[in-house]
Every structure is written in structure tokens, then in C-alpha cells.
Design a protein around this ligand. Structure first.
Ligand code: NAD
Length: 490
């Protein structure tokens, strides 16, 4: 077993560490080397029940939900400081467990969520209106009243493998800030980046039961989303599982927030400067080996720029160094597991059967004997109705589709069951914004955007990409519900 920089102390339930009741373990593997890096306890359904019971007690008996936002903010600020103190360890862990390149780990995977956590305690929580003003309406005499926003209750937080630390914190931060108590269940591939949050909570003095962290997969996820003690489910993952979660939670009428998949279009209009476009197009293929929900993997390009763009992308992909992400020179790491690689390879084969052509890549890198690698891959000759244009690869594969005018670009971009993100490039920013406004997606990046994730920009999907929003004040609002208090005049 190779070392990780983070110890594993078991499941975190009711403020303590336990090895669970089932006796089974989850084996955590470094996807670049295939070496075992940790064994953690596999939660049983009884452990899930214990975690929900602890969260329920911490909610119903308090004091967490009835503390003032400022009091909660002080403990969350201590968590933010502890996260910053452990930043270097967490970056190492993310590289080893999630297979992220060092640069991505330093920025989006670990750096950004820590910055967002500080922003939550410094800006979002102090400024948030927990008692929004009520406007009197003439002719509707309902006496005097006030509206208060109260924590929703016990939240089940379920996350995927690709950006584990970012997505765990994107849920834990606002859930706790709102006054909810929570049970976090990460992907079975990346439990360590969740369990370490128990140590952070302990160090910051979070009361027992407010945050509980379990492991597991389908059975345990189902136990959480059907548990009568859970009031709200916030799920990030595939749309296929998202649909199941929605159904599972329906019987007990839980609130459900879903952050699901995407097949986002990057629209390159006829006046776009290809020098500026290239970084975004390459990032859509290579970033975290394509394992990103909002990556712009459907490249829609005006027909006059098509051949030049394809030649440029194929030329640069040849210089992308693929390998072990612990090497700082590596530009693209592995997929998370062999089963994920097989899914990507099967969809690549489908693309060839559908009649598309591979302009670059398509295979396993010959020089890498271990690790779950796939070459960065580019498809041309793609029709938007093909499966490779409609389904998520969740691997390093881009597809190029030409269009003839802005209307066709918008039609193609919106011809998708997903609606998570999109990009538009034009020399005329107003034209790009006009096209962006016509896209049915939760995010649109105009001419490369501002760089990084803006903590006050809501993130989430239209259509099958989800329900609800994360980040900043929008994320916090998902964990609250309104209560109207009314009393007679005089
Ligand atoms: P997945 O849907 O397979 O699993 C996600 C989580 O759900 C895991 O923790 C898993 O154990 C759990 N789970 C599985 N079956 C369950 C069930 N029946 N009930 C409850 N929980 C269950 O997703 P994945 O393969 O880990 O991640 C990749 C997917 O996540 C992609 O589709 C990607 O687009 C999406 N994603 C979306 C966002 C977003 O913010 N919109 C962000 C990252 C990833």
C-alpha cells in the first residue's frame, strides 16, 4: 500500500470515529498506478441509520439550527482556517485519490473550494437575509407579519468521484451555514476526501451529529434517500442515477436538489479569433481527462473555420503529456477506474460505427502499462444526432460539428437532453451575449469568461442537467425554507 498524506480513522458519526458494524471495507486505489492507497470501512445500512439518527438528534434538539448565523459562522470560519492549514495535504490527497493533475488540484479541485468556504463565512453568511422584508399589499389585509427563512432539516449529501473535494464542500458549507445537519456520502472511489472533513469538523469544534460522513454506494445511497429521518437530498452525479434518487425520495416527499451531467456546446462564431479559442477547446477535452460535468465537449464551429480549427486541435493534442499526475510535468492524468475507461472506449467504438472519423487519439497510450489512461481524442464528421454528440463520454473526447449561421448554432446547442453549460466565442461580445441568452443552459461562458468559478454565480442545470443551484447565496438558499408569521394589527 502506498502512503497518502491523510490518515483514515473510519466513518465519522455523531462526532466520533467508528469502523462500522458491517465488517466490510472499501479499497481505495490510485488510478494512475493501480496501487491500493487505503482501506476504509464500508458503511452498513445500520451505520447509515446511525448517521441519520445522529443528524436528526442534532437538528431536533439543537443547538445548531437555532444558533444565530453569526454563531454558526464562527465555527465554520474555524473550519475554513483548518482547511487552509491542511491545503498542501489535501492537494496531495486529491492527486493520489482522484488522479487529478497537480495544477488542477492546486486550483479548481482544492484551492477554489477552500476559497469558496472562506467566502461563505466572510461574505455570503453575514450578508444573507434570513428575514426578508414583507411588502404590505393594499386590499389584502392580513394583519402584520414577518417571513423567516429556516433550515430545511436533515440533509443527505451524495457526491460523485470527479471533483470530490469541491463537490463535498459545495454541499457541506451551505447546508451547515443554513443550520441544517447533514450526512455526507461520497463516491466509493473517493471516500478519503470526504472522511477528512470529519477531522476538519473536529478541529473546528463542530457540535456532534451536525456533520456525519459515511461510505458506500447504491444500497447505502438508497438507504439515505429513502430514510424517513432525512428532509432534503442534495445529489450530484449522473442523470441516470439522479432520476433514481428523485424517485427514491418521492415516497417520503423530500426536497431534492439534483446536479447532473452535461454535454455542453462551445460555439465558435465566424468572426472568432482561433488563437483565443484554442485554450478553451483544449481544456474541454483534456481537463481532468474529460471527467468534468460542465466541460465544453461539443465543439460547434462555423463551417468557414472548421478545417483550420480541427488541424490546430489535432496538432496541439500531440503535445499533451499523459501520465502519472504526481509528476508536475503531466498535463493529463487517468480516468478513475478501468470500468470508466471501458465505458469511454465503448462510446469511441460507437462513434466509429456511427460513421464519425477519429482525427486524433482513440486508443490507450502505448507507453503506459499501468493506470486507467486513454489518449486525448477528437472526432470529426459528427452529426448532432449521433450518440457521441448526445451522450456524456466522461473521458477525454471532443466532437466537432460545423454550422452555417447563428440560428443553426443555437438550434444544435439546444438539441440536447442536457442543459448544464455552454460557451460562445465572437469578436463582437454583444453578438456572443445575444447567442448566449438563447442557450437553454444554467451557465454560459462568453469569450472564455472571467476565469475560475465565481463564488456568487449560481451553478446548475436546465433540463436533464438538474434541479436547483449551488454556490454562494443561491446554494445557501436551497437549504432553507420560508415561514410566514402573521399576527393581528393593533
Ligand atoms: P454516479 O451517478 O454514478 O454516482 C454519484 C453518486 O451516487 C455516488 O456517490 C454513488 O455511490 C451514488 N449512488 C449510486 N446509485 C445510487 C442510488 N440508487 N441512490 C443514491 N445514491 C446512489 O456518478 P459518478 O460516475 O460518480 O460521477 C459522474 C457523473 O456526475 C457525470 O454524469 C457528471 O456529469 C456528473 N457530475 C455533475 C456535476 C454537476 O454539478 N452538475 C458535477 C460533477 C459530476
Amino acid at each position: 500500500m502506498t502512503a497518502t498524506t491523510v490518515s483514515t480513522r473510519g466513518l465519522f458519526i455523531d462526532g466520533g470515529w467508528t469502523s462500522g458494524t458491517g465488517g466490510d471495507t472499501v479499497t481505495v486505489v490510485n488510478p494512475a498506478t493501480e496501487e491500493v492507497i487505503a482501506e476504509v470501512p464500508q458503511a452498513s445500512v445500520a451505520d447509515i441509520d446511525a448517521a441519520v439518527t445522529a443528524a436528526r438528534k442534532a437538528f431536533d434538539e439543537g443547538p445548531w439550527p437555532t444558533m444565530s448565523p453569526a454563531e454558526r459562522g464562527r465555527i465554520l470560519a474555524a473550519m475554513a482556517d483548518e482547511l487552509s492549514r491542511r491545503r498542501a495535504d489535501l492537494i496531495e490527497l486529491n492527486v493520489t485519490e482522484a488522479g487529478s493533475t497537480r495544477m488542477l488540484a492546486e486550483m479548481l479541485q482544492v484551492g477554489t473550494p477552500i476559497d469558496h468556504f472562506h467566502d461563505l463565512t466572510n461574505r455570503v453568511l453575514p450578508q444573507f437575509d434570513f428575514e426578508p422584508p414583507v411588502r404590505p399589499v393594499m386590499g389584502h389585509g392580513i394583519g402584520h407579519g414577518m417571513v423567516v427563512r429556516e433550515p430545511y432539516g436533515v440533509a443527505a449529501l451524495i457526491t460523485p468521484f470527479n471533483f470530490p473535494f469541491l463537490l463535498n464542500l459545495a454541499k457541506v458549507g451551505p447546508a451547515l451555514a443554513a443550520g441544517c445537519t447533514a450526512v455526507l456520502k461520497p463516491s466509493p472511489y473517493t471516500p478519503l476526501e470526504a472522511l477528512v472533513l470529519g477531522e476538519i469538523a473536529e478541529a473546528a469544534g463542530l457540535p456532534p451529529g451536525v456533520l456525519n460522513i459515511v461510505t458506500g454506494d447504491i444500497t447505502e445511497g438508497e438507504a439515505l434517500t429513502t430514510h424517513p429521518g432525512v428532509d432534503l437530498v442534495s445529489f450530484t452525479g449522473s442523470d441516470a442515477v439522479g432520476r433514481k434518487v428523485y424517485t427514491q425520495a418521492a415516497d417520503s416527499l423530500k426536497k431534492v436538489v439534483l446536479e447532473l451531467g452535461g454535454k455542453s456546446a462551445n460555439i465558435i462564431l465566424d468572426d472568432a479569433d482561433l488563437d483565443k479559442v484554442m485554450e478553451s477547446v483544449l481544456a474541454g477535452i483534456v481537463t481532468h481527462a474529460g471527467q468534468g460535468c460542465a466541460l465544453l465537449t461539443r465543439i460547434l464551429v462555423h463551417q468557414s473555420l472548421h478545417d483550420e480549427l480541427v488541424a490546430r486541435i489535432a496538432g496541439v493534442l500531440g503535445f499533451i503529456s499523459v501520465g502519472d499526475p504526481s509528476d508536475p510535468a503531466t498535463m493529463m492524468g487517468p480516468l478513475i477506474r478501468d470500468v470508466q475507461r471501458q465505458r469511454v472506449e465503448s462510446l469511441i467504438a460507437t462513434g466509429v460505427e456511427e460513421g464519425a472519423q477519429i482525427a486524433f487519439g482513440g486508443k490507450r497510450p502505448a507507453q503506459l502499462e499501468r493506470g486507467y489512461f486513454v489518449e486525448p481524442t477528437l472526432f470529426v464528421g459528427v452529426d448532432n444526432s449521433m450518440r457521441i454528440a448526445q451522450d456524456e463520454f466522461f473521458g477525454p473526447v471532443g466532437v466537432v460539428i460545423p454550422f452555417s449561421d447563428d440560428d443553426e448554432a443555437v438550434r444544435l446547442a439546444n438539441d440536447s437532453r442536457y442543459g448544464l453549460a455552454g460557451g460562445v466565442w465572437s469578436a463582437d461580445p454583444l453578438r456572443a451575449v445575444a447567442v448566449g441568452r438563447r442557450l437553454r443552459t444554467g451557465t454560459v461562458i462568453i469569450n472564455g469568461g472571467g476565469g475560475g468559478l465565481n463564488p456568487s454565480a449560481p451553478f446548475g442545470g436546465y433540463k436533464h442537467s438538474g434541479i436547483g443551484r449551488e454556490f454562494g447565496e443561491h446554494g445557501l438558499a436551497e437549504y432553507l425554507q420560508h415561514k410566514a408569521l402573521q399576527w393581528p394589527v393593533g
